[in-house]
Design a protein around this ligand. Structure first.
Ligand SMILES: [Zn+2]
Length: 249
């Protein structure tokens, strides 16, 4: 369901503060960020904080709890790790100020099976039908992770099937070419021609601080030094005050 085209457009173009919308458009757009794993939201974290601060209802949907690891925890694969990562995702969402964090509960590493049998699409359906704006990985999946690509592809497949006038605005998060963070681990991440990245969500220092707090929640995913430095690194190298997106269609 799309509340109004105009409301979605206000997010599309400038992610204008809610107060700047037309009086007839009092309902702020409903934003759904669809990603594969707890911690994937960090790749767009200050944008989510900015949207929440501006009054948008923001829901983060993780497809899997990430129960296969490995990350940096000593927990074995399985239920305890899933539980811990769900809690870390909730912590991250709270730090960002978003309205809801939802986990579809699909076992980690099994997304492809759930694409084939239609259950991932079924689990995502209501979230995408409800959204005015959908944010997800690009077709590259960031560094090519198959589950990132799958989630992006399914979200795209479902949104493109929505009828005109009732279709969410779909955006892929991306790194502009030439802006890879200068760390060895990220040199194989995908980049996008900046000319394609017409959309962006600007953030404030407070939004970036919220993103830093969100990163600190993901204790089982990264060493402490990485959690502390990650958002500053992304800010300095690739975001520079604005998380970059491409409108899918
Ligand atoms: Zn991931």
């Amino acid at each position: 369901m799309i509340r109004t085209i105009a409301a979605a457009a206000s997010v599309t173009l400038a992610l204008a503060p809610v107060a700047a919308q037309d009086e007839a458009d009092l309902e702020p757009p409903l934003v759904v960020a669809v990603v594969a794993h707890p911690d994937d939201e960090l790749f767009m974290a200050p944008a989510l904080a900015a949207l929440a601060r501006e009054g948008h209802f923001v829901r983060i949907v993780h497809a899997t709890p990430g129960d296969a690891g490995p990350g940096v925890s000593n927990l074995p694969k399985g239920a305890a790790l899933a539980e811990t990562r769900r809690a870390e995702a909730d912590c991250s969402g709270k730090a960002l100020g978003v309205s809801e964090v939802v986990n579809l509960g699909i076992p980690d590493g099994k997304l492809a099976d759930h694409v084939r049998d239609g259950s991932l699409a079924k689990a995502l359906h209501d979230h995408l039908a409800w959204a005015d704006v959908v944010l997800t990985w690009g077709p590259d999946g960031g560094y090519g992770h198959a589950d990132h690509r799958l989630v992006s592809a399914i979200a795209t497949q479902m949104v493109q099937a929505q009828p005109e006038g009732d279709r969410a605005a779909l955006f892929y998060v991306a790194i502009p070419a030439g802006r890879l963070p200068p760390v060895a681990e990220m040199q194989d991440w995908a980049m996008t021609d900046p000319k394609l990245l017409a959309e962006g969500i600007a953030y404030t220092p407070a939004d970036l601080a919220a993103a830093r707090a969100a990163a600190m929640c993901h204790v089982t995913q990264f060493p402490e030094a990485s959690r502390e430095g990650m958002m500053g690194l992304f800010d300095a190298a690739m975001w520079r005050g604005r998380v970059h997106f491409r409108k899918a269609f």
